[in-house]
Design a protein around this ligand. Structure first.
Ligand SMILES: [Zn+2]
Length: 247
């Protein structure tokens, strides 16, 4: 079987998609780049039935293989299709929902309840100490000895900066200051939006929450452990720090 790589991975054309067994109508427009209009379809596909030169991979397998734009469009497709499948009835009165005209929403024809695709914002942050070391942690859920920037979901009613302060304090007992925005990355597993920040250490020694963190340490640039690969916002945060401290 041919390996999918960056030179061969791409979205299907409409003609190619027509050869698949569609489960619904291809009416879900995802958006347009300067050259291409993208649609999402739900299809039942057996890898063995594809032409010999084609095979399928999931969104995870294509991360870092497809270019960022097409991968994010793929992420939008899976999230919108999942959302449509999981929001077919009004949560308030049980009536079947209908597509809302003019915006991406499902609406109840009885009481008007609108349901939008679910996004779960999460902050991810690199904390740096005065001596240039950065704080990286190892999740208690990981089975590899990898360390990464800390991260956590935003609670209702919180600013992103408040989440940064709270999550770092909860996970490793450290206070931070000078929280600045770095960048963001859609992460469709299942529906996160990772919002990256840089922060400075303001006080406190590392005291981990063992339910979430197996280990956390201050690392210097010449003693880095295994870190996340590219492309990921965690790696971008670490690479930006490396550039700063080696300058
Ligand atoms: Zn209703």
């Amino acid at each position: 079987m041919q390996r999918i790589d960056a030179t061969t991975a791409r979205a299907l054309t409409l003609d190619e998609a027509r050869s698949l067994s569609w489960l619904g109508e291809p009416e879900l427009v995802l958006g347009r780049t300067t050259t291409t209009l993208y649609w999402a379809i739900e299809a039942e596909v057996d890898d063995n039935e594809l032409e010999e030169s084609h095979h399928l991979d999931g969104l995870r397998g294509l991360h870092g293989v497809l270019d960022d734009t097409e991968w994010n469009i793929g992420g939008r497709a899976t999230q919108v299709l999942d959302w449509l499948r999981d929001h077919r009835y009004c949560g308030r009165c049980g009536t079947p929902l209908e597509r809302s005209g003019g915006e991406r929403a499902m609406q109840c024809p009885v009481d008007g309840l609108s349901v939008y695709p679910r996004l779960s914002p999460a902050v991810i942050m690199l904390v740096e100490r005065d001596d240039g070391r950065c704080l990286l942690g190892r999740s208690s859920r990981w089975d590899v000895p990898m360390y990464s920037t800390l991260a956590g979901f935003v609670e209702p009613g919180e600013t992103l900066e408040e989440t940064v302060h709270r999550e770092i304090y909860e996970e490793v007992g450290v206070h931070v200051k000078d929280v600045t925005y770095f960048g963001s990355q859609p992460w469709p597993f299942p529906n996160s939006l990772m919002i990256g920040f840089q922060a400075k250490w303001a006080g406190g020694d590392i005291r981990i929450d063992p339910t979430e963190i197996a280990d956390a340490r201050w690392f210097s640039h010449d003693e880095l452990p295994m870190i996340p690969g590219k492309p990921s916002i965690a790696r971008e945060l670490i690479d930006a720090w490396l550039e700063r401290v080696s300058a």
